[in-house]
Design a protein around this ligand. Structure first.
Ligand SMILES: *Cc1c(COP(=O)(O)O)cnc(C)c1O
Length: 340
């Protein structure tokens, strides 16, 4: 398997750092927690979509696209990173943002990722929650093609076999970093949503025969549905890579116990996880994905599912720009400010 055979544009700062979190590890009873810093991929404040966009935008370039269309929730990190990638490559970008939470909060609707979408020059169209977004994108794409545009449509989250190659690449990178420092990784934990990250990772880990179990912490769908989405995409990605069948259904594990009230709604455990990473390690998580992933990681440590001395890598998928759309979730903090 040789990723250099696939078209690619270089957008990310790679390799991202692999760091040990000493204070968090101590706080959680001695599980040795490491972090893979995919929040530091560089493009427009970073995040996991940039690795996928290296392969997706290369395809867009190959067909001579002058317009890229994608979709996501209002505070989509994927939309923001796509807008930034399009800006860098001189393509126009049109975003369809679905109102999945029904929030009327001004910052949720205009700040954070939405502010950055505009700064990167993307045009933005809002759609009601529950819209068939894939279909909506196709309709918009068809209209633009009739106007003479060459359009490249990227699915939500950049999650197709092309995008997942970015996380096959991450699996290679992570295992190589661990090899170089003689670090035996016992487990990997990451947030999982549109499935491309986990699908690419599991595909890369299995292709390497790394023997490292991976758990995806779900942010939206129930366990069964999430695992099937990841498995189906992993199977297609393996085919694209030339190693069909390398991922077994049993290799795909998702845990949806930390979704809470729903997609984009942080629970108390999400907020606690964000505070712990910020206060103990100076690391910013986000309220939609990495905060929920970290809530799962923390709970696994507390419940003894990970034990003292085990080495667990948390893949930080980014998203901190979303914090500025969620200041109301941290309203208590305002009360901590004192005046003389
Ligand atoms: C999109 C996203 C995820 C989930 O990755 P998928 O490939 O969609 O499963 C996790 N964390 C952040 C910050 C994201 O933006």
């Amino acid at each position: 398997m040789h990723l250099a055979r696939f078209p690619r544009v270089f957008l990310a700062h790679l390799p991202t750092p692999l760091e040990r979190l000493d204070r968090l590890s101590h706080e959680l009873g001695g599980v040795e927690i490491w972090i893979k810093r995919d929040d530091c991929t560089g493009l427009s404040s970073g995040g996991n979509k940039t690795r996928k966009l290296e392969f997706l935008m290369a395809e867009a370039r190959k067909i001579g696209a002058d317009l890229v269309i994608t979709q996501g929730a209002t505070q989509s990190n994927h939309a923001r990173q796509t807008a930034a990638a399009a800006a860098k490559l001189g393509m126009a970008c049109h975003l369809l943002l679905e109102d999945r939470t029904g929030s009327n909060d001004a910052n949720y609707n205009n700040n954070g990722n939405v502010l950055l979408d505009h700064l990167h020059g993307a045009s933005v169209e809002k759609r009601a929650g529950g819209t068939d977004m894939a279909l909506a994108m196709e309709e918009v794409a068809e209209a633009r093609r009739k106007e003479g545009k060459t359009v490249y449509v990227i699915p939500g989250g950049g999650s197709n076999p092309t995008g997942a190659l970015g996380y096959v690449n991450c699996a290679f990178e992570l295992v190589s970093q661990a090899n170089d420092r003689a670090l035996v990784i016992d487990h990997i934990v990451t947030a999982t949503g549109s499935a491309g990250t986990q699908a690419g990772l599991v595909c890369g880990l299995k292709a390497l025969n790394a023997g490292i179990p991976l758990t995806g912490i779900g942010v939206r769908a129930p366990k069964q549905k999430q695992e099937e989405a990841v498995f189906n995409l992993a199977a297609k990605t393996a085919e694209k890579l030339g190693c069909p069948g390398v991922v077994a259904r049993a290799d795909v594990v998702a845990d949806s116990d930390y979704v809470g009230a729903g997609y984009g709604i942080p629970g108390e455990d999400t907020i606690e996880a964000i505070r712990m990473f910020a206060e103990l390690e100076g690391i910013l998580l986000d309220p939609v994905y990495s905060g929920k992933g970290a809530a799962g990681l923390i709970d696994y440590c507390r419940k003894g599912r990970f034990t003292r001395g085990e080495r667990v890598v948390f893949l930080h998928t980014g998203g901190s720009a979303g914090l500025f759309g969620y200041d109301s979730a941290f309203a208590d903090d305002a009360r901590r400010v004192t005046t003389a």
